[in-house]
Each structure stands twice: as structure tokens, then as C-alpha cells.
Design a protein around this ligand. Structure first.
Ligand SMILES: [Zn+2]
Length: 402
């Protein structure tokens, strides 16, 4: 158990829990499904106003282009909202990265749109935990950090609030990479892994793929022997992928689009699949096996297959540098009377991408809550101030405040 120094106690006392709750209520009233561009624009404007209270410069960065494969196999461009970046003391020699996302998994036409108090301390609603609550934690923690008179000109940070995290951050990946460069540490504000505040430690990776299969159409009755059935080839590929799955590498063939009328041998199909490599070696194993598998299916069915996609979230092992950062978070928690633990997670987030750049990151610094990605999503309201205090103290101690 540690204790708080006097300056640290002052840092934590200034946190305004009521203001944090008001922020969350205002932000969650706006639908920000990843595809809701007008909703994201309204949210970004509110966030820009809120973060303008901190020193530094707020800017909205347009999304990077993202290509996806439509059901008919054509490549299409997907539109995304802008990302918010706040840069504070950009020339300071020691800098951090704090990240959150403004998008949610609930589209504009989803029934789950409003906030409901489930009891005195529990607020249900879209994005309460994942992660508008987390954005409120970032803002309050930084206000507290800045208010402490000890803030040194040698310490600065960037805040990134992206708009496409829930679909894999493809439109913000270049920005994440740019902002993570040369940072001493990163904090990401996904909700805690468990409602008791447990953090996510090591994470596996994730990749999404579309295999576009092209065969040859023919009449199903007159000359089926001239056809090359793309749907059957896609199904065979799905079985081959399932067979590749094993310890450390889960592969989920998720969907097959293709074909047309019942009397036509289908000449096209698109197979979507997701892979979850636990570690770098599992990702390498997949990379080595996928080419030969595709060739085998191509040969067996006399079709051609084009593979689109890749690993968008590299595996995130717990490096010694990351363990040091977790240990600091644990000690800060202890000084605040919070017991902080961590456990491995099967989920992925922007922390994967930040860790892949060699920056130590704790990526579940957001609120305590649960049932995320479901209409039962909720936030434990007292955790707003609790987690803001934790982050403020972590930033303070990272900056040599102790
Ligand atoms: Zn999230």
C-alpha cells in the first residue's frame, strides 16, 4: 500500500464528478455508430469544445481512405468521420499518448439510443462504458494534471479520439502510428475488463479477410460440366480455414455471399473470415499456411481466388516495459485505495496497434461498467471520478511528480 503525497491529494480533489457525468449524458445522447457520419460530426464538435479547455491545439483530422469488398466482389470506398487530436506541448522531450474513440457499435437505426438509470449508481446507455465515459475520464484527468502547479514544460502529450475504432481503426491507423511515435507511454480508455476494475493485460490479435472467388457460370442442366462453382469453392475454403484453426489461432469463416438463380452454376462468391492469432508466432503460422491453402482450392475447383484484408490488430504481448507501466498503475491505485489487477483478454482495441509500435500501453483505463456491445451496456457512475483520479496520478507520477 502506498499513500498520497500532499500535492497528489490536491490533484485528485479537484476532479469534478458532476461535470464528468454531465459530459457523458450529453455525449451519449448523440448516436455515433461508426457509419453515422453526421452523428460523428456533431460529437466531434462537442468534443472539440470540451477539449479546448486544456492547453494546446485541437484539430479534426480527416479519415484515411478505407477500401472494402462489396458482396459482388467489387472494391468500394467506405466513408468515415474525422478524428480529434489535441496536442499539448508538442516540443516537450517527454510525451504521452492518450486515446479514446467516439464511435459506438449501435447504428442510427438501432433501438438502443437512450440513457436509463438502472439504480442510483448505474447508468445504462449506448457508449456509456464503451467509451464516452472513458473520454470523460481523459478530459477530467488531464484537467487535474494541468491544474497541479508542478506540470513541467518538459512533459507533453497528444490525445486522439478516433471515429472508427469499433470497425478496426482502418481509417485512423496511420494517425495512431504517427501519434504513437516516440511516446514514453500510452493510455487507452476502453472500459475495464471486469466491472471490478480489472485491466486487460496481454491481448491476442485480429485480422479480417474477404476471399473473392471467381469461377465460370454455366447452365445447371444443359452443361453443368462447363461451370466452375465459386460457391462450392468458397465452402471448401471455409472448411480448409476451419482445419487451420488450432491452439493459438482461431479462424472464423463468417459469411459467404455469391451465386444467383437456382439454374445457374455460380461464377462468383465472397467468403469473409476473421482470424485471432494469440501471439506473433501464430500470425506467422497463418501467413505461411494461407497461400498454399488458396492454391489448393484454386486447383481443386479450377477457380481463381483473390484475398483482400489483413491483420489490423497485431497481438499485444506483455513486454517488460508494459509490465513496468502496469506496475505503476497498480501502485497509483493502491495509493488511492483501489485494488488494480490485470488479466489476459481475447478482445482487441487500439492498444494492440500502439503496443505494436513498441510503446508501453495500458488500454483499459476507462470507466468500470459492462455488457458492452449490447443493449444492456452500463457504466458504474462513481467510477468516473475514481478512474480520473487514477489516470491523473499515473500521469503525475510518470512525470516525476513523486
Ligand atoms: Zn471501445
Amino acid at each position: 500500500m502506498g499513500t498520497l503525497a500532499a500535492t497528489e491529494a490536491a490533484l485528485v480533489e479537484g476532479i469534478d464528478a458532476a461535470q464528468m457525468l454531465a459530459n457523458v449524458e450529453q455525449w451519449c445522447a448523440i448516436n455515433t455508430g461508426t457509419r453515422n457520419i453526421p452523428g460523428l460530426a456533431s460529437q466531434a464538435a462537442l468534443l472539440a469544445d470540451a477539449f479546448a479547455e486544456l492547453p494546446g491545439e485541437v484539430r479534426l483530422v480527416p479519415a484515411a481512405p478505407v477500401e472494402a469488398i462489396a458482396a459482388d466482389g467489387r472494391a468500394v470506398q467506405i466513408e468515415h468521420g474525422a478524428h480529434l487530436v489535441l496536442s499539448v506541448r508538442p516540443h516537450a522531450p517527454r510525451r504521452y499518448l492518450l486515446t479514446g474513440h467516439m464511435d459506438t457499435v449501435y447504428p442510427a437505426d438501432h433501438p438502443f439510443q437512450t440513457l436509463t438509470w438502472l439504480d442510483d449508481e448505474t447508468l445504462g446507455g449506448p457508449g456509456t462504458a464503451d467509451m464516452k465515459g472513458g473520454i470523460a475520464v481523459i478530459l477530467a484527468a488531464l484537467k487535474a494534471f494541468e491544474a497541479a502547479s508542478l506540470v513541467s514544460p518538459y512533459v507533453g502529450y497528444d490525445v486522439l479520439i478516433n471515429s472508427d475504432e469499433e470497425t478496426g481503426s482502418l481509417a485512423s491507423a496511420p494517425l495512431i502510428a504517427e501519434l504513437a511515435r516516440a511516446k514514453a507511454a500510452a493510455l487507452t480508455y476502453e472500459p475495464s475488463a471486469l466491472p471490478d476494475g480489472t485491466l486487460a493485460g496481454a491481448r491476442g490479435g485480429s485480422g479480417n479477410y474477404s476471399a473473392i472467388v471467381t469461377g465460370r457460370s454455366a447452365h445447371a442442366g444443359r452443361n453443368p460440366q462447363d461451370g466452375r462453382n465459386a460457391v462450392v469453392a468458397a465452402a471448401d475454403l471455409a472448411l480448409g480455414l476451419k482445419a487451420l484453426s488450432g491452439d493459438g489461432l482461431a479462424i472464423n469463416p463468417a459469411r459467404i455471399d455469391g451465386g444467383s438463380a437456382n439454374n445457374v452454376v455460380p461464377d462468383h462468391a465472397v467468403l469473409r473470415f476473421n482470424i485471432r492469432p494469440r501471439g506473433e508466432e501464430d500470425a506467422t503460422r497463418f501467413a505461411a499456411a494461407i497461400g498454399p491453402l488458396l492454391r489448393e482450392v484454386e486447383l481443386a475447383h479450377e477457380v481463381s481466388i483473390h484475398l483482400h484484408g489483413g491483420i489490423s490488430r497485431p497481438p499485444k504481448p506483455l513486454t517488460p516495459e508494459a509490465e513496468t507501466l502496469f506496475e505503476l498503475v497498480r501502485k497509483c491505485g493502491a495509493a488511492l485505495g483501489q485494488s488494480i489487477r490485470w488479466q489476459n483478454s481475447g478482445g482487441v482495441c487500439d492498444g494492440n496497434n500502439i503496443a505494436a509500435l513498441g510503446v508501453p500501453v495500458v488500454d483499459t483505463m476507462g470507466v468500470r461498467g459492462g455488457a458492452i456491445h449490447s443493449p444492456q451496456e452500463y457504466m458504474i457512475v462513481p467510477s468516473l471520478a475514481e478512474r480520473a483520479a487514477l489516470s491523473a496520478l499515473v500521469l503525475h507520477r510518470l512525470s516525476g511528480g513523486e
